[in-house]
Design a protein around this ligand. Structure first.
Ligand SMILES: Cc1cc2nc3c(=O)[nH]c(=O)nc-3n(C[C@H](O)[C@H](O)[C@H](O)COP(=O)(O)OP(=O)(O)OC[C@H]3O[C@@H](n4cnc5c(N)ncnc54)[C@H](O)[C@@H]3O)c2cc1C
Length: 329
C-alpha cells in the first residue's frame, strides 16, 4: 500500500471542500467505517493521495423517526446500530434484518450505511490489482471465467452485481439518499436511481459526484397496513456474501394486498424490482399457490451465465418464502 495523507474532517463543508481538491493524479477519497476502502487499498485497486476521515464529523450518526416524515438516518449510522434500533426494527423490519445479516459482527460495528451503499463490487476479478492493470474488461473476464455469484438478469453490459444488501431493502421501501455538495447544496436521489451498474472505468458505482458527500438516507412514512420481510440466502449462515437476497414490502388492507414491492439483490447489476410479480399479488389474498406464481414470474427472463444457473431456483424459492413471510408478519 502506498503512503497517503490523512485528514480528520470536522464538518461536512470541510470534507466536501477536501474531496473537491482531488484529481486523477492525486485522488482524494472519503473514509467512513473503512471496511471497503481499506480492502481496496490493500488490494492495490485504490491508491489515494489523501484520505478524508468522516467519522470525526459530528451529527452524521443520528436516527430520527417521525410518523409523518418517516425515518432519517445519518450516513454514519452503523449497520450494527441499524439492526437493533427500536424504531427501525419495529417499523422497517426488512431494513433491520438486512443490516443484521450483512457481513460479520465486527464489520457491522464499523461499517456505516453511507459507506455500505458506496462500496464497490465483491467480484474476484474486480478485487485483484492485476486485472485493473491488464488489458481487457473485468466483466468480460468474469463472464468467461468464475461467474458463480454474478448477475443472472440484465447481464449483457456487465455481469457484476452491486454488493450492498441493505440496498435491496432500501429500494423496496422507496428510500432516497441526500447528497451534499459545495456551498451546502443538497439533492435527494431515490436509491433505485443512485446505484449504477458496476463499471471498472468509474471510481464509483453510483451517481455521486467527486465533490459530494452522502449525508443522509430517508425512508418514507409507511401506511398502517404495511408488512415486510427480508431474506438473504448465502452458502452459509454467517460471514458470507449472498447468492441472492430479497426484500418484500406489502401494503395490506386486512388480508388483501393493495400494493407490493418485491426487490431482488445480487442477481442483476443493481437491485431488481419485479413489477410482473408485484402485479400478480395486488387485489388478492395471499396463499401458497399465489406466492408460487409470483416467485415464478420473478425469475422469468433470467439469462444465467456458464456457472450460475443454480441461482435461478434458489432465487425463486427465496422470493416465494419472503412474500409469504411478509404477509404473515
Ligand atoms: C466478510 C465480509 C462479509 C460482508 N458481507 C456483506 C453483506 O452481506 N452485505 C453487505 O452489504 N456488505 C457486506 N460486506 C461489506 C461491508 O458491509 C462494507 O464493506 C461496509 O458496509 C462499507 O461501509 P464503510 O462505512 O466501512 O465504508 P468505507 O469503506 O469507509 O467506504 C466505502 C466507500 O464509500 C465512500 N464513502 C463512505 N462514506 C461516504 C459518504 N458518507 N459520502 C461519500 N462517500 C463515502 C468511500 O470513499 C469508499 O469509496 C461484507 C464485508 C466483509 C469483510
Amino acid at each position: 500500500m502506498q503512503s497517503f495523507e490523512w485528514v480528520d474532517a470536522e464538518s461536512v463543508e470541510q470534507a466536501v471542500s477536501l474531496l473537491g481538491e482531488g484529481n486523477e493524479r492525486q485522488p482524494v477519497v472519503a473514509k467512513a467505517g473503512g471496511m471497503d476502502l481499506l480492502d481496496l487499498m490493500k488490494n492495490g485497486v485504490v491508491a489515494p493521495h489523501r484520505v478524508v476521515n468522516l467519522k470525526t464529523i459530528k451529527g452524521l450518526d443520528g436516527v430520527r423517526f417521525d410518523a409523518k416524515q418517516g425515518l432519517e438516518l445519518g450516513a454514519l449510522v452503523t449497520l450494527a446500530r441499524l439492526s437493533r434500533e427500536s424504531e427501525v426494527r419495529r417499523r422497517y423490519v426488512a431494513l433491520a434484518d438486512a443490516a443484521e445479516h450483512a457481513a460479520t459482527p465486527q464489520v457491522r460495528n464499523a461499517a456505516t450505511i453511507g459507506g455500505n451503499l458506496l462500496q464497490r463490487p465483491r467480484n474476484w476479478y474486480f478485487r485483484n490489482e492485476y486485472f485493473h492493470q491488464a488489458s481487457g474488461d473485468i466483466s468480460e473476464r468474469a463472464r468467461a471465467g468464475e461467474n458463480q455469484y454474478d448477475a443472472i438478469f440484465d447481464n449483457q453490459r456487465t455481469v457484476l452485481v452491486h454488493a450492498s444488501t441493505p440496498a435491496t431493502a432500501l429500494v423496496a421501501y422507496g428510500a432516497s439518499v441526500e447528497l451534499t455538495g459545495p456551498g451546502g447544496k443538497t439533492r435527494m436521489v431515490p436509491v433505485s436511481d443512485f446505484l449504477l451498474p458496476p463499471d471498472m472505468k468509474r471510481s464509483t458505482d453510483t451517481v455521486i459526484a467527486p465533490n459530494e458527500l452522502l449525508t443522509r438516507v430517508r425512508l418514507p412514512a409507511l401506511g398502517a397496513g404495511t408488512k415486510a420481510a427480508y431474506h438473504k440466502q448465502g452458502e452459509r449462515e454467517s460471514y458470507d456474501w449472498p447468492i441472492c437476497d430479497v426484500a418484500v414490502v406489502l401494503q395490506m388492507d386486512g388480508k388483501v394486498i393493495r400494493q407490493a414491492a418485491i426487490v431482488m439483490g445480487w442477481v442483476a447489476p443493481t437491485p431488481r424490482r419485479v413489477a410482473e410479480a408485484e402485479k400478480l399479488l395486488v387485489g388478492k389474498t395471499l396463499d401458497e399457490g399465489l406466492a408460487r406464481q409470483a416467485a415464478k414470474a420473478a425469475v422469468e427472463g433470467a439469462t444465467p451465465l456458464s456457472k450460475n444457473a443454480y441461482k435461478v431456483p434458489v432465487l425463486e424459492a427465496v422470493v416465494r418464502r419472503t412474500v409469504l413471510a411478509a404477509a404473515a408478519a
